[in-house]
Design a protein around this ligand. Structure first.
Ligand code: GAR
Length: 355
């Protein structure tokens, strides 16, 4: 499952890879992505769709990490629709006029889901989305905004940068959250403001920058779910958030123990493509062989029986797969922790949970 995308193998100096910096990711050496590995994205547009076009053509590069499964617009006359259709991409158009906001976005969402989208990518989509919609796509919806956020959220970004006497305008790609243009910034690119610059001339050059930035950041972002160091970091955070836990290597792999440094016991191990397996996985304790085998049989995309550990009831949760539910991973960790944590500590946790 894990593969090496073209988008994530090199870091551009001009781009501030906030996400990369946060996760300190090393270069990867996996096999190239195949179509089955690729994240499926639906792109929402309202007009010209030049960013959509940049994303679409970048997705046709041999090692792209994503494929475009749908281009959808709230304006049936949006130019970008024709371009997408000409390239053989499925399109959907529905005017928002005369429709309640929630009904319109529900129809857009239905089209995205029917196309099999894992992500929604806003590219010049000029509609405000409801909080409920945004929450449903939390961490799975990106937007491009023509300013160096947090400067100038909203409209008229170029004129505001010029009026403020800024030396640079620019562009940001960010996660979408209920607050307008306020989600985590995944990457930015600066564009110099020249003497006599107008909003139009700046907008044009910012668009060149946008077309470079968006495909790169999207490729990097969707590759995270198969990136062992990103997955390890998330697991580590969840495991160490449980009371009285610490990390200790076991046979060269990170593991987490509950109890004291001296007498603690392991409740989880991290497995990166162990014993020739293609999985990046978290090993946790089940109640026994019956549960383990039932889960593996019923959900082979999510669970497997690991070498050696499987014999004593440890199950492998496959982490490098699309749409992984991190809350569920957290629940498994807690359950496994409870099964071996000192009773004095689990009792305290139970009491705390009652309040
Ligand atoms: C782009 O400049 C994008 O940053 C901006 O709309 C333009 C769409 O152009 N988005 C926003 O202002 C969102 N608040 P395009 O249709 O040619 O991609």
């Amino acid at each position: 499952m894990s593969c090496q995308s073209a988008g994530s193998s090199t870091a551009t100096r001009a781009v501030l890879f906030a996400a990369r910096k946060a996760h300190g990711r090393p270069a990867r050496t996996g096999r190239p992505c195949t179509l089955a590995d690729k994240a499926k994205v639906a792109i929402f547009i309202s007009g010209r769709g030049s960013n959509m076009a940049a994303l679409l053509y970048a997705s046709q590069l041999p090692e792209a990490a994503y494929e475009v499964v749908l281009v959808a617009a709230n304006d049936p006359s949006a130019d970008g629709l024709q371009l997408a259709a000409a390239e053989g991409v499925h399109t959907f158009a529905l005017s928002h006029q005369g429709m309640p906001r929630a009904d319109h976005e529900a129809a857009m969402e239905k089209a995205a889901r029917q196309a099999g989208a894992d992500y929604i990518i806003l590219a010049g989509y000029m509609r405000i989305l409801t909080d409920r919609f945004v929450k449903r796509w939390q961490e799975r919806m990106l937007n491009i905004h023509p300013s160096l956020l947090p400067k100038y959220p909203g409209l008229d970004t170029h004129q505001r940068a010029i009026d403020a006497g800024d030396s640079h305008g620019g562009v940001s790609v960010h996660l979408v959250t209920p607050d307008l243009d306020a989600g985590e910034v995944l990457g930015q690119m600066k564009v110099a403001i020249r003497e006599g610059e107008t909003a139009e001339s700046l907008a044009e050059r910012v668009r060149y920058a946008e077309h470079q930035l968006y495909p790169r950041i999207l490729g990097d972002y969707v590759s995270r779910e198969s990136d062992p160091s990103f997955l390890l970091e998330r697991v580590r955070k969840l495991a160490l958030a449980l009371p009285q836990t610490h990390e200790r290597e076991s046979h060269g792999a990170p593991g987490w123990r509950a109890g004291s440094e001296k007498s603690g016991k392991y409740f989880a191990y991290f497995n990166d493509q162990h014993h020739g397996s293609d999985h990046v996985a978290l090993l946790v304790k089940t109640s026994g062989m019956d549960e383990l085998l039932n889960l593996v049989e019923a959900q082979p995309h999510a669970y497997f029986k690991p070498a050696y550990y499987g014999a004593s009831g440890w199950i492998g949760l496959i982490l490098n797969r699309p749409n992984l539910d991190w809350e569920h991973v957290g629940e498994w960790l807690e359950r496994s922790w409870r099964s071996i944590a000192p009773k004095s500590v689990t009792r305290l946790m139970n009491v705390a949970e009652e309040f």
